[in-house]
Design a binder for this molecule. Structure first.
Ligand SMILES: *[C@@H]1O[C@H](CO)[C@@H](O)[C@H](O)[C@H]1NC(C)=O
Ligand SMILES: *[C@@H]1O[C@H](CO)[C@@H](O)[C@H](O)[C@H]1NC(C)=O
Ligand SMILES: *[C@@H]1O[C@H](CO)[C@@H](O)[C@H](O)[C@H]1NC(C)=O
Length: 262
């Protein structure tokens, strides 16, 4: 997602501003700080493994602290479990749009404002936005696996009919799976992340979560539909969403099957 980090923003795609020194640094940075994915996935149903490195812990803690600051509350649980509790809290006592606005503020607070302005001003316009879209795809795939699990850069079709390496495919989004609810995914992740990239970095983004297999396709360079028209909102609640199953048990009303928080 948007946890690109100040350092990571420097890791440009090959081709754009390719300076050898920068490249070497990027590789070291990746090898030392970020995690490795284990290749022995014998069982295809097994969750993709991702072993976090120290930079991942750094990102997690930075992100969580910003969330806790916004909410004014922190969980007692350490690590990822605590992060999910804090994310749940973001929904409590807020309307959906308030939750989305709070999440956008959190994402923005992770970056120096000047960097966002410069990116939007200098990089977003290059090559009709394709360079900026490919850059953020790379950086997202590189720096956000601690949050979402293994992901890879792939090609997506842009509205102008061309295809561009500005996609990120998340095999099985850890955040979606652990937060367990369509509403949390939509309001603390999908909508705010789309808004953040568009408004703060000048890069349109469409995120397509699949609630059956927890995959998520990021399409940088593609404008999302208006939130009310987004097909993801038609999805029923996940079986594992605790409030949704409670509601299902309490009522036979079909309306209750629609995810209320989404
Ligand atoms: C789940 O239900 C509890 C009370 O039953 C409520 O306080 C909480 O806000 C609900 N969470 C979500 C995400 O709707
Ligand atoms: C989501 O994934 C399932 C299982 O792979 C697939 O059957 C379904 O068509 C996908 N849904 C969408 C909207 O792509
Ligand atoms: C999950 O669904 C997406 C499409 O929504 C598909 O591209 C992907 O292959 C599916 N993954 C698995 C493991 O079925």
């Amino acid at each position: 997602m948007a946890l690109l980090g100040r350092v990571a923003i420097l890791s440009l795609p090959s081709g754009a501003l390719s300076e050898p020194k920068l490249h070497r640094q990027t590789r070291n940075f990746r090898a030392s700080g970020l995690s490795t994915r284990s290749e022995q996935l014998s069982d295809t149903n097994a969750k993709p493994q991702y072993n976090p490195g120290f930079l991942d812990h750094l990102f997690l803690n930075l992100f969580r602290n910003k969330m806790a600051q916004e909410i004014g509350w922190d969980s007692k649980k350490p690590g990822y479990d605590g992060l999910i509790e804090v994310a749940n809290r973001l929904m409590i006592g807020r309307s959906n749009s308030e939750t989305r606005e709070a999440a956008v503020r959190i994402l923005k607070s992770l970056f120096p404002p000047l960097l966002l302005e410069l990116y939007q001003m200098l990089i977003a316009p290059i090559g009709e936005g394709k360079v900026a879209a490919m850059m953020v795809a790379r950086v997202t795939a590189l720096s956000c696996q601690w949050l979402m699990g293994p992901c890879t850069v792939n090609s997506v079709d842009l509205p102008d009919g061309s295809s561009c390496a500005s996609g990120v495919f998340v095999e099985r989004c850890k955040y979606l799976e652990e937060s367990k609810c369509v509403g949390i995914c939509m309001n603390t992740c999908k909508f705010p992340t789309q808004t953040f990239f568009k408004d703060s970095m000048g890069v349109p983004l469409l995120m397509e979560p699949n609630f059956s297999n927890y995959s998520c396709q990021f399409k940088f360079g593609v404008l999302p539909p208006l939130p009310d028209d987004d097909s993801s909102l038609q999805e029923p609640c996940l079986e594992i969403c605790p409030n949704a199953s409670r509601r299902r048990a309490a009522t036979s009303d079909l309306e209750a099957l629609k995810c209320p928080k989404a």
